[in-house]
Write a new protein. Structure first.
Lengths: 106, 375
């Protein structure tokens, strides 16, 4: 937490790749190319990528794609995936109907 | 890279990012210091997305109206990101006679300062939004209000400011401001010292502690709000919604999901007060509030909930502009939970104030020197 992160450091230019059309986040249909471009737009953390593109904001809440997204972002930044903190997991664990959620007192 | 710039901005939320963007457009060199690890990690990413004029204090109304006329309609093109701005009106709903009295009071105040807002009856409410329950007996209606996506808008300002050469540093928590020869000059963090001709303090709640290091005390406190989002639903309506009872507010996003915010009434007294985490009682409470107005949504699935702080000022409007006691300091904080919609115009006016020394919108009523004892 709270590591100094210079957002103007040189990570090189975006270079198009043949697999940029591959869908990584299936819930929100976000491609590898979109994730890589977002890094070059300055989104250097998993939280920023998620807020910018909606990766991991769909029904599975990133349980499928989070690891893949992390690998792509880390590679683009030239760092180890272990250096990237995962985005915050949020309640509820599984999607739950409003009328059931609302009935918590029983 | 240099630790000096013409302007140092403390806080990488939408206010800090947008001010940096408008300053950079004017050719000013800017450093933005963000204390957390993420850009826009406070209220900027946790709010309900309202771009509202109705319900606002007359002192800040000219500023938000300026933004809705000059910035919001073209913001997506300008920031090269989909801000999802909708200007399809705001309904503030009432279910009882007492609610209607509250709404009438708000409406009268807004009309007095020239806003197009009026009371409408239950038939007209349902003509605008046919999904509302029979319990709704009236509403106030402001057709020029709307909503947008706070995540893409905040990060869009960041992206464009960065592209214009603004130097952003995250994880750089400010400890202290320091004057040199009577003028604010240095910003001291845990790791570094930064210098600027002007320092903009846009650190939300943390602004109070930082301002205190140069003897300035902004009367604001933390207040928590929570929000939730549903799975994507078929398109239903485009208005922004609020209620007289303030039991929830929200809208349907372009994605199809509904974002609703609200509270449980226990805020400020929860055991984990001090961190913005959700309380298990709040989301169910918001759900019960929503279902009274929208029974049709009772099968919609909630996929995510979150919490955020508001920087609530004693008189409910932001603190903007220069501070006489500390030359070189510009305050941009205390937005009191409704800072998102006003951000583009607040930021552009602060950039004008810093570079040109004058603003299009008079900011006098929002200055720090307004705080006085009651007698």
């Amino acid at each position: 937490m709270n590591q100094v992160n210079d957002r103007s450091r040189d990570i090189g230019a975006f270079v198009p790749a043949p697999d940029d059309d591959m869908i990584i986040c299936r819930c929100e249909e976000i491609t590898k190319g979109e994730i890589r471009k977002a890094v070059h737009d300055g989104m250097f953390t998993m939280t920023e990528i998620r807020r910018y593109l909606r990766t991991g904001m769909g029904l599975c809440q990133g349980q499928t794609c989070a690891k893949l997204v992390k690998g792509i972002v880390a590679r683009e930044l030239g760092i180890s995936p272990a250096e990237l903190e995962p985005a915050t997991s949020r309640v509820p664990m599984r999607p739950i109907e409003m009328h059931i959620f609302a009935n918590e007192a029983k | 890279m240099s630790n000096c710039a013409e302007v140092v901005i403390i806080g990488g939320g939408i206010i800090g990012c947008a001010t940096a963007y408008y300053l950079a457009k004017k050719g000013t060199s800017v450093i933005v210091l963000e204390g957390s690890d993420h850009i826009g990690n406070g209220g900027s990413s946790r709010n309900g997305g309202g771009v509202r004029q109705s319900g606002r204090d007359p002192r800040e109304l000219p500023l938000v109206m300026y933004g809705i006329n000059h910035y919001w309609p073209t913001l997506s093109e300008e920031l090269e990101v989909d801000c999802e701005y909708h200007q399809d009106g705001n309904l503030r709903l009432g279910k009882t006679e007492k609610h209607l009295q509250i709404l009438q009071g708000l409406t009268d105040r807004a009309v007095a300062v020239g806003l197009d807002v009026r009371m409408i009856d239950s038939d007209e409410v349902r003509a605008i939004n046919p999904y509302l329950s029979e319990e709704v007996i009236g509403a106030s209606w402001c057709p020029t209000d709307g909503h947008a996506n706070p995540l893409t808008t905040t990060l869009g300002y960041y992206k464009m400011a960065r592209r214009l050469g603004v130097h952003f540093i995250t994880g750089e928590k400010v400890k202290e401001l320091r004057k040199i020869k009577g003028k604010l000059r240095q910003v001291i963090t845990e790791n570094n010292v930064y210098e600027g001709e002007t320092v903009v303090l846009a650190a939300g709640l943390d602004s109070r502690q930082i301002a205190a290091t140069v003897g300035i005390d902004i009367p604001m406190q933390a207040a928590m709000l929570e929000a939730l989002v549903t799975e994507a639903e078929p398109h239903m309506f485009d208005q922004m919604l609020g209620t007289a009872e303030a039991d929830f507010y929200g809208h349907q996003t372009k994605h199809g999901s509904f974002v609703f915010g609200g509270s449980s009434g226990l805020e400020g007294f929860t055991k984990d007060n001090g961190t913005p985490v959700t309380n298990s009682l709040t989301a169910p409470c918001i759900c019960r509030g929503i279902m009274k107005y929208f029974p049709i949504l009772s099968d919609a699935k909630i996929v995510r909930t979150w919490a955020g702080w508001m920087d609530k000022v004693v008189d409910g409007v932001p603190v903007l502009g220069n501070v006489e006691e500390v030359p070189g300091l510009v305050l941009a904080c205390g937005f009191t939970g409704h800072g998102f919609g006003i951000a583009p115009s607040a930021a552009s006016q602060l950039a004008e104030l810093i570079v040109d020394g004058t603003t299009h919108v008079d900011l006098t009523d929002l200055r720090y020197d307004r705080f006085k004892a009651k007698i």
